[in-house]
Write a protein that binds this ligand. Structure first.
Ligand SMILES: C[S@@+](CC[C@H](N)C(=O)[O-])C[C@H]1O[C@@H](n2cnc3c(N)ncnc32)[C@H](O)[C@@H]1O
Ligand SMILES: Nc1nc2[nH]cc(C(=O)O)c2c(=O)[nH]1
Ligand code: SF4
Ligand SMILES: [Mg+2]
Length: 193
């Protein structure tokens, strides 16, 4: 759907330069999704693998974030293999609703109530990033934290439009439950892609 070189705004790798490859197609249906224009897979042009890899490596940085849409609706083996051969570090942003494909150096799973994540994807996560839209999401966060591995980092990220209401609750929760960390969508504050 789009590609851009920017700063990873969210989660563990916040602040690091990364080339974003946003793939079209998602049927998870989050009511608050901030890229609804990505949902229709057929609404976006198909690019050749070589062209994506060439664009991703036309910068000094070598971190590539594959996102969407829901990137795991595609077989990501060939793309990630080619990115690795070109010397890239491959990071993914996924809801976990589809089976894992591809070669990954960092897996961020952000599970959704609208379509449950697969246990196999949760087990492979380096980072669990829960979007907090209302109070019930804390209990839901703990239910998913029980399904990730012991080394997985745990993040609570306010849903953008509910940030003013949810942020005080998130702060209290992280103070009481310090294995969780706050994640903010810093690129939106910075007004960068
Ligand atoms: C647009 S999604 C694309 C990747 C994948 N479909 C997913 O949901 O993880 C990228 C990240 O943005 C988060 N996100 C989407 N809309 C958001 C919103 N309104 N507020 C906060 N985070 C949001 C998602 O939870 C996910 O972690
Ligand atoms: N800067 C920046 N960081 C991000 N981290 C995850 C994003 C996404 O939409 O997947 C995203 C994004 O869209 N922009
Ligand atoms: S899974 Fe990701 S891309 Fe799909 S609707 Fe939810 S936030 Fe948007
Ligand atoms: Mg985004």
């Amino acid at each position: 759907m789009e590609q851009f070189y920017t700063i990873q705004g969210e989660g563990y790798n916040t602040g690091r330069a990364a080339y974003f490859v946003r793939l079209g197609g998602c049927d998870v249906g989050c009511v608050w999704c901030d890229v609804k224009e990505s949902w229709d897979m057929d609404a976006h042009p198909r690019l050749a693998l070589d062209a994506i890899v060439a664009a991703a490596t036309a910068h000094t940085g070598r971190n590539v974030v594959v996102t969407g849409g829901e990137p795991l609706m595609h077989n990501l083996g060939p793309l990630t293999q080619a990115l690795h051969e070109a010397g890239c570090q491959n990071w993914i942003e996924t809801s976990g609703a589809y089976p894992l494909s591809g070669e990954w150096d960092w897996i961020c799973v952000s599970p959704k109530k609208f379509k449950a994540p697969l246990p196999s994807v949760l087990a492979a996560a380096h980072e669990l990033k829960i979007v907090v839209f209302n109070k019930s999401d804390f209990k839901w966060a703990e239910e998913h934290a029980a399904l990730v591995g012991p080394e997985c980092r745990l993040y609570l990220q306010p849903e953008w439009s509910k940030s003013a209401q949810m942020m005080p609750l998130i702060v209290d929760y992280v103070k009481a439950n310090p294995r969780w960390q706050v994640s903010l969508q810093t690129h939106k504050f910075l007004d960068i892609p």
